[in-house]
Write a protein that binds this ligand. Structure first.
Ligand code: FES
Ligand code: FES
Length: 167
């Protein structure tokens, strides 16, 4: 079975050593997903697999037979950006932009986790409805590092996108 990336089907690589990240960037030319550390430490390579966020550098492409992958290119376009893509632009949620695709993919999945009331390490009550506080957002986005330190604006962008999506 092939892999589906942003609504297009591709054959998986013959070489079982190819990471999902290298497959996306080098084999099908989707260079929006970035390679930072290549060791699961920075989150720059975050993509969505069947709606869940993962570090694509830590996953082999052949493990995704039949899976549906979304990358930053599949979330929106220049003329029709996703609410998060728009909010990152409006709130200056980036400086050099290298971590941004990973931040936006991660935040996309994170907002679904909020919508399903998944608790995090910052949640006091595991049963109660969770308030989208700055602390909750920072904890849930802690796997995505930004060397430029745009964290304050990233949190503001995520809150703005969540508000727009709720409206
Ligand atoms: S490149 Fe994958 S976590 Fe850093
Ligand atoms: S915007 Fe430069 S690393 Fe985050």
């Amino acid at each position: 079975m092939p892999i589906t990336v942003n609504d297009t089907q591709y054959d998986l690589p013959d070489d079982p050593r190819v990471s999902l990240l290298d497959f996306l960037r080098h084999e099908i030319g989707l260079t929006g997903t970035k390679k930072g550390c290549d060791h699961g430490q920075c989150g720059a390579c975050t993509v969505l697999v069947d709606g869940m966020r993962i570090n694509s550098c830590l996953s082999l492409a052949v493990m995704h037979d039949g899976d549906t992958v979304q990358t930053i290119e599949g979330l929106g376009t220049e003329t029709d950006p996703s609410p998060l893509q728009k909010a990152f632009l409006e709130h200056d949620g980036y400086q050099c932009g290298y971590c941004t695709p990973g931040q936006i993919c991660s935040a996309t999945a994170m907002l679904n986790e909020f919508a399903n009331n998944w608790p995090s390490d910052a949640s006091d009550d595991l049963e109660a409805a969770i308030d989208m506080s700055d602390e909750e957002i920072r904890e849930r986005m802690s796997g995505n590092l930004c060397r430029c330190g745009a964290y304050v604006n990233i949190v503001a962008a995520i809150k703005a996108a969540a508000k727009e999506m709720a409206a």
